[in-house]
Design a protein around this ligand. Structure first.
Ligand SMILES: Nc1ncnc2c1ncn2[C@@H]1O[C@H](COP(=O)(O)OP(=O)(O)OP(=O)(O)O)[C@@H](O)[C@H]1O
Ligand SMILES: [Mg+2]
Length: 267
């Protein structure tokens, strides 16, 4: 079991971020820190604000207040392409791929304008290299994609998810954010994705993994942070001994409340 990487430099710092949709408060002064090469599990019940938070981190949503820092500098991403250009790759829960485009088009969607700043110009050679890299990842994930030129809408849910995951791994710069990446995958593919996440972290890429599967979080993540009703309720090492504690934070049992009273909110 790998212990926390919290002594390593912070790559991403979220401070007091709030976001409302009309009268719905999705995030209320949420903070988190992601360190270099760390795998952070982001947990919480349905509607806790997890997807909203990662959409704010990846340029899909602007925030109402608060601050996001990347390598210590305040950032204000205007779009997901903008976030990508800063090395943040995200696999969204709901917008993972575009069904009407083929696999290759999906790999490069929105990338032409964004590629430049962080990784250099997206030349023909670079494109070929990225496709090869992406292919290698699909092979490692043991996902068989017969024809990369067929519309992705004709593929199974698991295959589509695998295309998006392999894409994020292939382009990973600083941070990979995965929102329920393994939900539609078979057992073997799930195992491969977890292994790949570990490998990314070994290469100093930081990962945020959203998952409802607590076993998966305990197996893959270094640390877990929990949201409930749009707020931070605590964080801890992702170790089996703390499973019950993590569950109680997610569901808001009195045990979690006692813990918070005792320790104060997580920093
Ligand atoms: N675009 C939106 N417009 C209006 N309300 C939204 C929007 N996106 C999210 N919300 C609301 O914000 C709250 C947080 O939603 P969010 O999708 O972030 O939850 P989640 O933790 O990702 O849940 P799940 O585990 O079900 O994916 C919910 O009350 C949701 O209805
Ligand atoms: Mg969600």
């Amino acid at each position: 079991m790998i212990t926390t990487n919290t002594d390593r430099p912070a790559v991403l710092e979220v401070r007091d971020v709030s976001k409302s949709f009309g009268s719905v408060v999705a995030l209320e002064r949420v903070s988190l820190t992601l360190h270099k090469g760390e795998i952070l599990g982001l947990l919480g019940d349905n509607g806790a604000g997890k997807s909203t938070l990662i959409k704010a981190l990846s340029g899909v949503h602007s925030v109402d207040s608060g601050e996001i820092r990347l390598d210590g500098k305040v950032v204000n991403f205007q779009s997901s392409a903008d976030a990508r250009s800063h090395g943040i790759e995200t696999v969204f829960q709901d917008l993972a791929v575009f069904d009407n485009l083929n696999v290759i088009e999906n790999i490069f969607i929105g990338r032409e304008e964004s590629y430049g700043r962080f990784l250099g110009p997206l030349s023909f050679l670079n494109r070929r290299k990225m496709v090869e890299q992406w292919k290698r990842y699909t092979e490692v994930l043991e996902v068989r994609i017969k024809d990369p030129y067929q519309p992705i809408g004709l593929m199974s849910g698991g295959q589509r998810q695998a295309v998006a995951i392999a894409r994020s791994f292939a382009f990973a710069g600083r941070i990979v954010i995965l929102d329920e990446p393994t939900a539609a995958l078979g057992l073997r593919e799930k195992r491969n994705v977890r292994r790949m996440i570990r490998r990314l972290a070994e290469q100093d890429i930081s990962v945020i993994l959203i998952s409802h599967n607590i076993q998966e979080v305990l197996e893959v993540c270094d640390r877990a942070t929990v949201l409930r009703q749009g707020r931070n309720v605590g964080e801890c090492e992702a170790i089996p001994e703390l499973q019950e504690h993590i569950v109680s934070m997610i569901v808001g049992a009195s045990a979690a409340a006692r813990h918070m009273d005792h320790r104060g909110p997580a920093q």
